[in-house]
Ligand binder design. Structure first.
Ligand SMILES: Nc1ncnc2c1ncn2[C@@H]1O[C@H](COP(=O)(O)OP(=O)(O)OP(=O)(O)O)[C@@H](O)[C@H]1O
Ligand SMILES: [Mg+2]
Length: 285
């Protein structure tokens, strides 16, 4: 183990290559290595049901997410939005139905760690950054732990890796904060940093559950800009209650409305907001 700990630049680079990552060079192109997306979708959920003690949290739910799409998911409390993300990430196994990553990867047969390795990243509501480490170190740790380097204690970054971190800091607009301990960041900045940590793993599909909860208006708007920057570079599924925010990021794309564990409506924000069934479930809250 100690010999691995004293990793040279070369072994870090080799490890990076063997994991199929192209560093910052691959950033900006929506390639899906290992995931068969020839039919245009990155995720297929079909007739998924999740039953907890007789209660159907998901009920015959079917949804597809396109490659590079930013899909917004809305719906009243208890609609099953988080449960759907639990199924995609392997935290909850469906009682019935199929969940495929591309056409070839059956998510229902995999553990959470395998699903993360396959390229699905998930952001939970509360930020979980390493408070005592700097912003830069947080991104560095996120990158190395995912390239299979067992201990990074004595390893130094190569220039490609430094560039990748710099590009991510830029994207997050945290360049000026890179030496600050993450614990000193605002709530919004911590959330962005955590999104950045997920990005260091170069996920093909990123799931965000209520990313702007607790943020100021300015932070919310900035988060919308950030997600718009990611559109087309990653596939994204964003669950949110903040309708102004959903409006900002949906940009004429598809919004899916969940209710009682199923898809109630799907269409542009304008279409779903005009849908009588959607109006009724929101008024009935
Ligand atoms: N582990 C569990 N055991 C039992 N019931 C559960 C479990 N997880 C979720 N549920 C129930 O399933 C339903 C769907 O919950 P879920 O958290 O997916 O909703 P949600 O759409 O994310 O709601 P919110 O907008 O409030 O976050 C709820 O009625 C919830 O109480
Ligand atoms: Mg939820």
């Amino acid at each position: 183990m100690n010999t691995q700990a004293i990793a040279s630049h070369d072994s870090v680079a080799a490890s990076t290559k063997s994991n199929g990552a192209g560093g910052s060079a691959s950033y900006g192109r929506m390639k899906t290595p290992g995931v068969d997306t020839t039919h245009g979708a990155i995720l297929y959920l079909e007739s998924i049901s999740v039953v907890f003690d007789g209660f159907r949290a998901l009920n015959d739910l079917s949804i597809d997410i396109g490659v590079g799409e930013l899909r917004c998911i809305i719906g009243p409390n208890g609609a099953g939005k988080t449960t759907m993300m639990d199924v995609i990430t392997g935290k909850t196994k469906p009682s019935s139905g199929t969940a495929f990553f591309g056409q070839n990867i059956d998510l229902t047969k995999m553990h959470e760690a395998q699903i993360a390795d396959a390229g699905i990243g998930r952001k939970f509501q509360r930020p979980t950054v390493f408070e005592n480490h700097t912003v830069f170190e947080n991104l560095e740790l996120a990158m190395k732990t995912n390239k299979g380097v067992k201990s990074t204690l004595f390893a130094r970054l190569n220039s490609t890796q430094r560039d990748q971190i710099a590009a991510t800091l830029d994207l997050l607009r945290l360049m000026g904060e890179h030496k600050r301990p993450a614990g000193l960041l605002s709530h919004g900045q911590k959330q962005w940093l955590e999104i950045g940590m997920l990005l260091m793993q170069e996920p093909l599909l990123l799931l965000l559950d209520e990313p702007v909860a607790g943020m100021t208006d300015a932070e919310t708007e900035r988060t919308g800009e950030l997600l718009n920057d990611l559109r087309g570079k990653h596939s994204l599924m964003v669950v949110e209650h903040d309708m102004d925010f959903v409006n900002q990021i949906s940009q004429g794309g598809k919004v899916t409305v969940l209710c009682e564990g199923s898809v109630l409506a799907e269409g542009t924000m304008q279409q779903v907001q005009a849908d009588q069934r959607v109006i009724e479930v929101y008024l009935g809250r």
